[in-house]
Design a protein around this ligand. Structure first.
Ligand SMILES: NC(=O)c1ccc[n+]([C@@H]2O[C@H](COP(=O)([O-])OP(=O)(O)OC[C@H]3O[C@@H](n4cnc5c(N)ncnc54)[C@H](OP(=O)(O)O)[C@@H]3O)[C@@H](O)[C@H]2O)c1
Length: 430
């Protein structure tokens, strides 16, 4: 006789309702694969009077999600509310303390409180699963923890945000400007009504922190990491970089350099023929470099109810199959803190777009600033706009230190010929 496992779903929005529907449909297959029968005993949401597309028996609704961990009959709590603080945080902490297995899709919560939550889960001998928090349709967390367990990983990088990848690749393919493409993304459901944490890189930063902690067996980094979004990239940049054989992608990169951790999220110019440059639309992709495996790439849809539910059900099956696993692959005690690499020592070449007044002496003034900051120019292109008495200078540099770029940027911004903040994008060899 298969054992019934009682589940409570907290949060019944986009993801919660789709997960419920899929679980009801696939219940038999899941029970065959795991030897357990998953049964959704309770559901909780904010507004119980809201009209919902799925009919739920009244007996399943629980007004206050914080009551769920106190119910003896509940085995697993699936948190699909969201946010790193407030009710989601209280619920997950209380669930683990009350010895309930927890499954969550909440990257903000895991990136901020994952270390504490993992310790609590281990102390209470329950599972904390969070595959859906990073790139739902590409099972990256379980791949690193299990499939790639043999490896010493030294670098993890890729495209971790579908909204920004959709925007950049649509600009590239349709020659539309940033705001038109952002509106298209909202209409198609690929961008939230307030997409700020996608656009400014914070969503990707939370995800890369989670991945580096699993890949390198370290605690989640708490320091500020270099995080730049795509808000300042316009169609001009897309078109110029194309001429030089590049595409612009928002990459999340984490690696160990000289035994120190460097994590960064920023737009990058990557060669048009590189693996990641052809990952378009809402797709995500991650490359893992390790030994003995070499280079492994995972690709899939990063968000949306389907891919996210796929990851949540994978977590559920892991719980149903039994065995308590360390949430970050190894015990909390064994996870090390690691020193941060000084970002100013990072070396890259770069692309700059500088809008200047179109008068004699400008070009030499600009190139002098580069020379003064020990940055040598590889390619330079000047495009005059006689009618408006201005010109655009495009520069591709040779490799230089981040420290030099910081000074260059500050000097350029103060220069009397420069009309507005230049655009600066690092070139990444991936
Ligand atoms: N959407 C995606 O593509 C995606 C992808 C990966 C991960 N995630 C993560 O999945 C989680 C859920 O996302 P979502 O898109 O489903 O969000 P959503 O559509 O906004 O749903 C949130 C749900 O939480 C409920 N809720 C909000 N405040 C609550 C409270 N105080 N008490 C009880 N319930 C409360 C809401 O109740 P009402 O229904 O009554 O409003 C709603 O059912 C988030 O952590 C998100 O980061 C989402």
């Amino acid at each position: 006789m298969k054992k019934k496992v009682n589940i409570a779903i907290a949060g019944f929005g986009n993801i919660g309702s789709y997960f419920y529907k899929t679980l009801e449909k696939n219940n038999y297959h899941i029970s065959v694969k795991t030897g357990r029968i998953p049964f959704v005993r309770y559901i909780s949401a904010k507004n119980l009077n809201k009209k919902r597309l799925i009919k739920i028996p009244k007996s399943k609704w629980i007004k206050n999600p914080l009551d769920l961990p106190l119910r003896k009959e509940i085995d697993v709590i699936v948190e699909l509310i969201g946010g790193s603080e407030g009710i989601a945080k209280k619920l997950v902490f209380s669930a683990l303390r009350n010895k309930k297995h927890v499954i969550t899709a909440n990257k903000a919560l895991i990136a901020k409180h994952g270390d504490q939550l993992a310790t609590l889960a281990e102390q209470n001998k329950v599972n904390l699963e969070y595959e859906a928090s990073v790139g739902g349709g590409m099972p990256i967390i379980r791949s690193i923890k299990e499939g790639l367990i043999a490896n010493k990983i030294n670098k993890v990088y890729g495209i971790l945000n579908g909204t920004t990848n959709f925007i950049l690749s649509s600009m590239q393919n349709s020659n539309k400007n940033f705001y038109d493409v952002l509106n298209d993304a909202k209409k198609l459901g690929f961008a939230e009504s307030n997409p700020i944490s996608d656009l400014n890189g914070n969503d990707s930063a939370a995800k890369i922190r989670i991945l580096s902690s699993i890949a390198f067996n370290i605690t989640i980094s708490k320091d500020n990491i270099l995080t730049e979004g795509i808000q300042n990239i316009n169609l001009t940049d897309i078109l110029y970089t194309k001429k030089f054989g590049y595409k612009i992608k928002l990459l999340s990169i984490s690696e160990i350099k000289k035994n120190k951790l460097i994590e960064r999220v920023h737009p990058c110019l990557i060669k048009s023929n590189s693996i990641l440059s052809n990952i378009d639309g809402v797709l995500n992709a991650v490359v893992i470099e390790g030994s003995p495996v070499g280079k492994t790439i995972l690709q899939g849809e990063g968000a949306g109810p389907g891919p996210t539910t796929s990851a949540i059900i994978s977590d559920l099956c892991s719980v149903l199959r039994g065995n308590i696993k360390y949430p970050f692959g190894i015990s909390s005690k064994s996870r090390k803190k690691i020193v941060k690499f000084d970002i100013k020592k990072h070396i890259s070449s770069s692309y700059l777009r500088i809008d200047v007044k179109d008068i004699p002496g400008v070009l030499s003034s600009i190139t002098n600033i580069f020379a003064k900051n020990k940055i040598s120019i590889k390619n330079l292109l000047q495009n005059p706009d006689k009618k408006n008495k201005k010109a655009t200078i495009i520069i591709i540099t040779h490799k230089s230190l981040e420290k030099n770029y910081i000074n260059l940027f500050s000097n350029l911004t103060k220069n009397k010929f420069v009309l507005k903040k230049p655009t600066f994008i690092r070139i990444e060899e991936v």
